[in-house]
Design a binder for this molecule. Structure first.
Ligand code: UT7
Length: 350
């Protein structure tokens, strides 16, 4: 293959409202101590009612396009578990609001693995010559599907968006996405799910069971599988790339739980100081987790040009995926990722 997808822009966006563990503990039987020690989460951000996934996606996408120094792309992909509506996809709305009307745009649905699946899909479009530049966004308003009475999920997840721009380039240049490893195991589909609202358990005509429209997760099983599948996938992709674990300067795993990342790093033999982690500040943002972690690490100097970076994710489906790249020089114009969405500030309903 003499054409590769090369990282050329990055950006992210968080909602304005930070929610502390103590705030959750005021209405749930939990504590700051339990949440920090069992998950590593210190706070998360929740979008205001009326703010949708597309609002966060537009913010992150605009920043990534500015960082890439060129507002034009040939495709827009939005990885999300929480689309604005069941129909249509969120990506065309995002593309239109970014001034990219006319550009092909579609969603990628793979829960927490969505962003890595999105990267693979974008790389496929680029390597096949279908697109020269692709905007890939991971965006979630997970607060919209969390059961406020479920302490096992409410304390982990948060809202946010991260985005990258990929361009056609040379496989040997910095920023070129390496080989991918992707997988799924639908037998585990019930372990991470929203039961109602699709064609299996309809919202019309049939009364859903209490809580069936909320997100649920079999935490313990998922924890074990997350470590197993991500470490196997990471090893597979390292083998394909011809890298040893000692070659990895930065491990950016899906920010599911700080203990999962710790076990993953131990399994792989990667020292903790090489692991990128922002779960204390933003929680688990599902499809947004990896691009948000990358953007924040890039902004803070935690990832720099020449670093060999391993990305690996695991999520509902079940799904998993990994890839590698050598970090390129990327511009980061504008301010930090905490700037709020103007629609959210104004409380605009859309
Ligand atoms: O992003 C997609 C993939 N997601 C993940 O990979 C997440 C995977 N799972 C996890 O992160 C963890 O399993 C959880 C954070 C969900 C749960 O942590 P855990 O250490 O596996 O706890 P557990 O389910 O084994 O529960 C231990 C105890 C239980 O009490 P008993 O039965 O021992 O009396 C739970 O009821 O902790 C209790 N518990 C809590 N206590 C205080 C569960 N959640 C909470 C809570 N606050 N929020």
């Amino acid at each position: 293959m003499n054409r590769a997808a090369v990282l050329t822009g990055i950006g992210s966006r968080l909602p304005s409202r930070a929610v502390s563990n103590d705030e959750l503990a005021a209405s749930l039987d939990t504590s700051d101590e339990w949440i920090r020690s069992r998950t590593g989460v210190g706070r998360r951000y929740f979008a205001a009612p009326g703010t949708a996934t597309s609002d966060l996606a537009v913010g992150a996408g605009a920043r990534a396009l500015a960082s890439a120094g060129d507002p034009a792309v040939d495709a827009v992909l939005v990885a999300t578990t929480t689309p604005d509506r069941p129909c249509p996809a969120t990506a065309p709305l995002v593309a239109a609001r970014l001034g990219l009307s006319g550009t092909p745009a579609y969603d990628v649905s793979a829960v927490c693995t969505g962003f890595v699946y999105g990267l693979a899909t974008a790389a496929g479009l680029i390597c096949a010559g279908i697109a020269g530049r692709v905007l890939v966004i991971g965006a979630e308003t997970f607060s919209s599907i969390l059961d406020p009475r479920d302490r096992t999920t409410s304390v982990i997840f948060g809202d946010g968006a991260g985005a990258v721009v990929l361009r056609a380039g040379d496989p040997a240049e910095p920023g070129a996405l390496g080989p991918f490893d992707l997988g799924s195991e639908g037998e585990g589909g019930d372990l991470i799910t929203v039961l109602a609202g699709g064609s299996r358990q309809r919202l019309s005509g049939v009364e859903p069971g209490p809580g069936d429209h909320y997100f649920t997760m079999a935490g313990k099983k998922v924890f074990r599988l997350a470590v197993e599948r991500m470490s196997h996938s990471a090893r597979t992709v390292l083998d394909r790339a011809g890298w040893k674990t000692g070659d990895v300067d930065r491990l950016v795993g899906h920010q599911a739980n700080a203990r999962i990342t710790r076990h993953l790093a131990e399994e792989l033999g990667i020292p903790p100081e090489r692991c990128v982690s922002n779960i204390a500040e933003v929680g688990n943002t599902a499809a947004a987790s990896i691009p948000l972690a990358l953007d924040q690490a890039h902004a803070a100097g935690g990832i720099g040009p020449g670093d060999r970076v391993l990305l690996t994710a695991f999520g509902g489906g079940l799904t998993w995926g990994s890839t590698v790249l050598t970090w390129p020089v990327i511009a980061r114009p504008g301010d930090g990722p905490h700037e709020t969405d103007p629609h959210e500030r104004a409380g605009v309903r859309r």
